[in-house]
Design a protein around this ligand. Structure first.
Ligand code: S3P
Length: 172
């Protein structure tokens, strides 16, 4: 039986917010972005949450947002790049749906991030100011965590959101 939730994991710039809506459109499902739910629930940007409550405060809010999104059927959920850091989130994702790891090289991720400075400024931890070196390290350090939750891996580097969505639906 196919899951009724598709959960996208992967680093910033891996295409979660472009592939996600395309997948949802093809399935006739809703698309939800965990970062956006955190921001709307808190009434603050992620940058403001980090400043006021630190990363731990943000991660608590992120875990709560994931819990509520994973309880809803027929949905494609984009998770934040660091959602896999907590073991409890990884367990939740694994038992809730079909988890797709979107992969991308640090170079392409960096290019995508810097092409969109508004998003980079809104979401700390990973800003263009950190540079490609920081991004490489971050992606490498999280790779085992993404791998541990993934049911399917899809490289978005050379693929359009359309082609990535088609590949995911074939595997689902
Ligand atoms: C983060 C990634 C962001 C956001 C927060 C922390 C991270 O999500 O959750 O700024 O630790 O990699 P995106 O991957 O959607 O940019």
């Amino acid at each position: 039986m196919s899951a009724t939730l598709i959960l996208l994991v992967g680093p910033r710039g891996s295409g979660k917010s472009t592939v996600g809506p395309e997948l949802a459109r093809r399935l006739g499902w809703a698309f939800a972005d965990a970062d956006e739910l955190v921001e709307s629930t808190a009434g603050m940007s992620i940058a403001a949450i980090f400043a006021a409550e630190g990363e731990a405060g943000f991660r608590d809010r992120e875990a709560a947002a994931l819990e509520s999104l994973c309880a809803l059927p027929n949905r494609v959920v984009a998770t934040g790049g660091g959602a896999v850091l907590r073991e409890s989130n990884r367990a939740l994702l694994k038992r809730s749906g079909f988890v797709v790891w979107l992969t991308v090289t640090p170079e392409v991720a960096f290019e995508r991030m810097t092409a969109d400075p508004t998003t980079a400024a809104r979401r700390p931890n990973l800003t263009a100011a950190g540079g490609l070196g920081e991004l490489r390290e971050l992606i490498a350090s999280r790779e085992p965590l993404y791998r541990a939750v993934a049911d399917f891996t899809c490289d978005t580097g050379g693929a359009s959101p359309d082609a990535a969505a088609a590949a995911i639906l074939t595997a689902w």
